[in-house]
Design a protein around this ligand. Structure first.
Ligand code: DGJ
Length: 752
């Protein structure tokens, strides 16, 4: 195999084979191959296990005349795009599937003929203007291929970017459009990625849900026609996460081929698989085309968000681990990227809006006693915000509640040995606020029409720089003293009546995307100015949990549902694409505020350990025994959080398939593993049970922290870890001592 070595003996290359005009991107894990088609467009050939490079792959290209219904190019009388596999398909010239690009031209036509115009290869990975994206720190970490196609009639030029990384099966794609012509063009659909696969023998996996049940796993077979997900809510949404995967039939967590796509974007998106009537599958991801219309004047450019593809034949875990590693180390940025996260206490479920400084300090006292490191003051500290009807937009402290201001409270928290953090919701405004009274035209709304409210609030027009500047100024004033070391950035409603008072009619189709660009700009400015601050994004829990957010905020509050049993599903589903270090997870009070369920304190902690970990309750209401338990939990998390948050994470048993959930994290040296075992309903006199572990050293002898048993890695991975009641240092179910919602944490340490 012809290969180019990069530093450290890692192989990765991008080769162009002139004879068949074929591009081959490869590393040790994968090959991505496409070609210039006979008519000058770009054709998909292959994405999968690494193939040896050779003089070309044009023989993989397939073309069959499809009889009566196929339309052929008039000049050749034989060539049709019907069922031909393409990389940047357009509609209207013999391909009737979903296009990746729609451009309205001055004469009203949308027909395009994008012809190959050249390529260049660069070491590393370029930044995408104004957008979050994966990155390379050293030039040897990645290579990028930029292929140009151009439409002669309009002068529209597209640069397709393909980045392959030195290791792993990921490939990043995006497109930059440049208007090199003289007419005004309207981009009406711009997919970040489109590729056609030669068959359709796949199941489609998506992360689906709603508020308080985000990112549940759903799988269904592809059939002829379109399988699609998306968001038109103005945020990536808890309804559909911007992630989808194709699974070869029979794929499990540990075995089988997976091809996944993840969009680094926080706004409206669509993803689809279109199976045509000849069994090819078109895969696409990008900004949702509904209400999208971007005016591209001569000389202007448009950059699409990035889609990150991953191919793996190590089952779902193999695919997830590739995303985890890439997103943890080359999407998240800043000082917190590889740091373990502070154990926090948040007052929201403890007090909601009903707090005084004194009350907060009683919670802080107890938290400090338990070893908690960060106190987070949630909603209600600013303006007239004593309920959710007022105050958003006025980011000045409410002195009636906090007479010593934010800095004064922060000092008192610091005196107790903890850091201090605040909640904000910068994109929103209540009509009952000074900001709205001064600038009613700063909200998204259509003149003369009724506007919709969400949680009694309006959405600020972040497509406007003056609005973003104002909010930046207010936030800068709060963070300037350096007393705030954490910010929870919330967003609690979807966008409706998306119309900007500052843009002309022919640019209103840009507002949804410009809003997201404004949001990213604000994040960029705040994270650059205050690099020590840890940002946690949030949108009524996990309604904007996406890679775009992770670029700015290394962690996201995973859900407003803090019940441990519900959280097992949410965190299991979230881990399909996102690393444990990104999942905000707290121990909350029982009966749980969302589902009224009583779960044992240890199960709440055992679940939250596989996340950033914190508490969201009034510790003063716990018994002395419970406080002793909390202290142990905090100590346990401090000891093991590096492995829990940054180790290799394996899902072993799914909460979507049975009564028992199991997952584990393994240290980089594979000598320590932490297994989380969770059983929903209790059982009596049940069968023997075990679970096959993963990621251990086969020849190492591991000691089990609960039973004291010593087993070799190969036993644990092939016979399995015995979890039958009574064998793990736990009481027998027959004693009546275990309960519903039981759980255990096994720490396995190599002893030789
Ligand atoms: C929604 C968030 O998800 C909650 O955690 C809390 O911060 C509230 N908003 C506050 O309004």
């Amino acid at each position: 195999m012809e290969k180019a070595a990069s530093e450290g003996g890692i192989y990765m290359n991008i080769v162009y084979h002139e004879r068949g005009r074929v591009f081959h991107l490869f590393n040790d894990s994968v090959s991505y191959i496409f070609m210039v088609l006979p008519h000058g467009g770009l054709g998909s050939l292959y994405y999968g296990k690494a193939l040896r490079d050779r003089e070309g792959f044009e023989h993989i290209f397939e073309r069959v005349h499809r009889g009566m219904t196929a339309c052929v190019f008039a000049d050749t009388r034989s060539y049709s795009l019907d069922a031909i596999r393409q990389e940047l398909p357009t509609y209207g010239s013999s391909d009737f599937r979903r296009p990746a690009l729609n451009v309205l031209q001055e004469n009203g036509s949308r027909i395009l003929d994008l012809q190959y115009a050249g390529y260049r290869v660069m070491d590393g990975k370029p930044k995408l203007a104004g957008l979050p994206a994966t990155y390379a720190e050293a030039e040897t970490e990645a290579k990028t291929l930029i292929v140009e196609v151009q439409d002669a009639l309009t002068g529209l030029r597209a640069e397709l970017l393909y980045t392959i990384f030195a290791t792993g099966g990921a490939l990043a794609r995006s497109v930059r459009y440049i208007n090199d012509g003289t007419e005004v063009l309207h981009l009406q659909k711009v997919m970040s990625m489109s590729m056609d696969l030669p068959d359709a023998d796949y199941d489609w996996l998506q992360l689906t849900g709603a508020w308080t049940r985000e990112r549940h796993i759903e799988i269904r077979p592809l059939t002829t026609g379109i399988t699609a997900i998306g968001s038109r809510r103005g945020h990536s949404s808890g309804q559909y996460n911007p992630f989808a995967a194709l699974l070869r039939r029979g794929t499990t967590e540990t075995r089988g081929e997976v091809l996944a796509m993840s969009l680094v974007y926080s706004g409206n998106f669509e993803m689809l698989a279109e199976v045509d009537n000849h069994g090819t599958t078109r895969l696409q991801a990008g900004i949702h085309s509904t209400d999208f219309d971007w005016k591209l004047v001569p000389g202007a450019q448009f950059q699409t968000p990035e889609a990150v593809l991953v191919w793996s034949d190590d089952g779902l875990n193999g695919m997830s681990q590739t995303y985890h590693r890439l997103y943890q180390s080359r999407l998240v940025r800043g000082q917190w990227r590889e740091k373990v996260r502070p154990i926090l206490i948040n007052n929201w479920e403890a007090t909601y809006f009903d707090f005084t400084e004194e009350k907060l300090l009683t919670i802080a006292d107890k938290a400090a006693e338990c070893g908690i490191e960060l106190f987070v003051l949630d909603d209600g500290w600013f303006g007239a915000r004593t309920s959710d009807y007022a105050g958003l937009g006025d980011w000045t402290v409410n002195r009636d509640r906090l007479p010593n201001g934010i800095d004064g409270l922060a000092e008192k928290i610091e005196a107790r040995g903890m850091k201090f953090g605040i909640w904000v919701e910068l994109e929103m405004v209540n009509e009952d606020s000074n900001l709205y009274r001064a600038h009613p035209d700063w909200v998204l709304s259509v003149p003369g029409r009724r506007k919709s409210l969400g949680r009694s609030q309006c959405v600020l027009d972040f497509s406007r720089k003056d609005v973003v500047d104002n909010i930046y100024g207010q936030m800068e004033a709060i963070l300037a003293s350096g007393k705030v070391s954490y910010v929870k950035w919330d967003m609690n409603r979807s966008i409706t009546e998306c119309w900007s008072h500052a843009l002309p009619a022919d640019r209103q189709g840009e507002v949804f995307h410009r809003y997201i660009l404004g949001l990213y700009d604000l994040y960029e400015r705040l994270t650059t100015k205050f690099p020590h601050v840890l940002f946690e994004s949030c949108a009524s829990g996990g309604n904007r949990f996406d890679p775009g957010m992770l670029y700015y905020a290394p962690q996201t509050w995973a859900s407003d549902n803090s019940d441990a049993v519900e959280r097992q599903k949410i965190q299991y589903g979230t881990s399909i694409c996102y690393p444990v270090s990104s999942m905000g997870s707290h121990v909350s009070v029982v009966p749980n505020h969302q589902v009224n369920r009583m779960t044992p304190l240890h199960t709440r902690a055992n679940t939250a350990y596989f996340g950033t970990f914190g508490y969201e309750l009034d510790l003063n209401k716990l018994t002395a025994e419970e406080i002793a338990e909390v202290k142990e939990q905090v100590a346990f998390m401090k000891k093991y959080r590096a492995i829990l948050q940054f180790g290799t994470f394996y899902r072993l048993q799914s909460p979507f398939e049975g009564n028992v959930t199991v997952w584990m994290s393994v240290s980089a040296d594979q000598k320590t593993a932490i297994v989380g075992w969770y059983r929903t309903l209790n059982r009596v006199n049940y069968r023997f049970e075990r679970v096959k572990l993963a990621g251990l050293l086969p020849d190492a002898l591991y000691e089990n922290s609960l039973s004291g048993a010593r087993c070799y890695g190969d036993e644990l991975m092939n016979y399995g870890l015995i979890t039958t009641d009574g064998t793990a240092g736990e009481p027998n179910a027959e004693n009546g001592l275990t309960t519903d919602f039981e759980s255990r944490i096994y720490v396995l340490k190599a002893v030789e």
